[in-house]
Design a protein around this ligand. Sequence first.
Ligand SMILES: Cc1ncc(COP(=O)(O)O)c(C=O)c1O
Length: 385
Amino acid sequence: MRYPVAAPDLSGNELEYVTECLSSSWISSNGRFIEEFENSVAEFVGTRFAVATCNGTAALHIAQLAVGLKPGDEVIVPTLTYVATANAVTYCGARPVFADVDPRTWNLDPASVRRLITPRTRGIVPVHLYGLPCDLEPILETARTHGLWVVEDAAEALGATYQNRFVGSFGEAAVFSFFGNKIVTTGEGGMVVTNAPDLAERLRLLRGQGMDPKRRYWHPLIGYNYRMTNIAAALGVAQMERVGDLLAARQRVAAWYQEELADCEEIGLQAVTPPAVSVHWMVGVVLGSPLARDAVMAELAAAGIETRPFFYPVHHFPMYAGCRTDQGCPMATDLAYRGICLPTAAYLQRKDVAFIAQTLRRAVAKQPRLHRPAVHHPEVTPCPS
Ligand SMILES: Cc1ncc(COP(=O)(O)O)c(C=O)c1O
């Protein structure tokens, strides 16, 4: 048996809807599924508008253009994130500034954000890493105090809640990804959600090559071709029909991992602290040292268990090496080189998770004890749907 780290669940109406696109020849960015998909996500998240894009990175790009990001501006992002969070800032000619993370939740540390604010700061992009909402309240408070916008990078967190509200509705806008490894997938795809009508209008313009919706082939600004295809949206509509089941499967798998690993002091889990409820997009663990991490990954691979390392701190990449950080972001740097993500997908049964967890524990037990990670064994909170 091989255990991929992620696998889509396409067992609903996906095939039927995609077939409808092919047989009707609505295969580009017109067709009924795009609006249906946008409406289903907006309704689910609780925002007034949703604008589908070809991927989550494009969504992050136009979201920040739409809120007015300009060359020379600064945007605070966590350094422990997928590189797209920072790249989207750079696409706008602005500069990402890298904040550190909380060692327990692995998410943006509000105190670190506060330390990085300058007169050039325009916005904050909090990331809900691995499906866990970050501590939004103090971040939103800082944004209010300093007149900054907030664009949530909720790429990994559709369905997660904070203070009983779905992430995606806290800032000026928020972004989701529907890449093949996400809980709800369209293969490649993304979306921006917002409550502001003017932002929604601007997002549609930017997505559609800047073409005036009332005057065909009139382009009042430089836009992008960031449209989603009807085929991708067809997948999305079918996925959203089962979003409750897809989220519940993730909760089950995460709860099994927590049961299996709860008493292992050498394996640190992501702390889910109220009022955040995670969707557990990926179950991550932090091990004792980078060397232990690499050895454990090799051992799991030999047993047919695919894993992936945590994201590198983005400020370690050559193109971001000169950027401002919060004192080198020691917490994020420590976590990044010790963490791995375990297979997390609906295909996993109880016995699969037990096998993966036992293999992990055996591999960890073989490693020299360099130092122990802080151990967090959070309760799994039930699926919010
Ligand atoms: C935190 C985060 N932001 C942005 C993205 C970009 O999304 P996409 O891959 O759809 O462009 C991802 C993708 O996985 C992500 O994990």
